[in-house]
Design a protein. Structure first.
Length: 213
């Protein structure tokens, strides 16, 4: 009798312990579920993940450089601007075309400047300066451009400067070399205007940086 009573007591204690342990697990799980069902957590000052500001996919992206107005208004005398144009052309390895320039009328033109040579790299570089024909099978071997700069006086202390570029690509075929005129993308004009503004004002156009030496 005593042996049977002892066995029943042992079974009762075991079941009680198991129920207590199971109850503890349920409470723990319930606390986890309860905390997960509330409003999304805040990440404090860390705003690139979670419910803060969200992932900033644009972080570190190079900002777009604004386009320089063309014509560009410069505050300087007309003769100062014309002298600066000739100086910038020389600095940029451009040769002033004396035959086509009309300095007295405010027009300075350059001779054709070859900016790229070689069949391997000419097409990609030409594509930066000009709009290339679609599905063109011609092999481009060189690229060049000619600048025409016109100074249009506004008053005695300011003027508009307009820059136009004629971009050409060369192909070498069975019939010989041929230069093809291509629509300019405006890059040659922008590069020259930026250099001219720096030469006259000592600072780059708004939104632009000084060129690295």
């Amino acid at each position: 009798m005593f042996r049977l009573t002892g066995v029943l007591l042992l079974i009762t204690l075991s079941v009680t312990a198991a129920l207590a342990q199971g109850k503890g697990v349920d409470k723990s799980s319930e606390r986890v579920r309860d905390s997960g069902s509330k409003a999304p957590a805040s990440n404090g000052s860390k705003t690139d993940v979670g419910s803060g500001r969200g992932m900033d996919f644009g972080k570190g992206r190079t900002p777009d450089i604004p386009i320089i107005p063309n014509p560009y208004r410069l505050t300087a005398r007309r003769d100062v601007i014309l002298k600066a144009i000739e100086d910038v052309m020389r600095n940029e390895k451009l040769i002033v075309d004396e035959a086509t320039s009309k300095v007295s009328e405010g027009i300075v033109a350059s001779q054709p400047y070859t900016f790229i040579k070689g069949a391997v790299v000419s097409e990609s570089e030409l594509n930066r300066y000009a709009e290339m024909p679609v599905s063109d099978s011609r092999g481009w071997t060189r690229g060049r451009y000619t600048l025409n700069v016109e100074v249009q006086p506004i008053d005695g202390t300011s003027a508009n400067v307009a820059v136009n570029a004629k971009v050409e690509g060369r192909t070498d075929g069975a019939t010989g070399a041929e230069w093809v005129t291509l629509p300019s993308r405006g890059l040659a004009e922008q590069e020259f205007l930026s250099a001219l503004v720096i030469a006259i004002t000592g600072a780059p156009p708004p939104g632009h940086a000084l060129p690295t030496p």
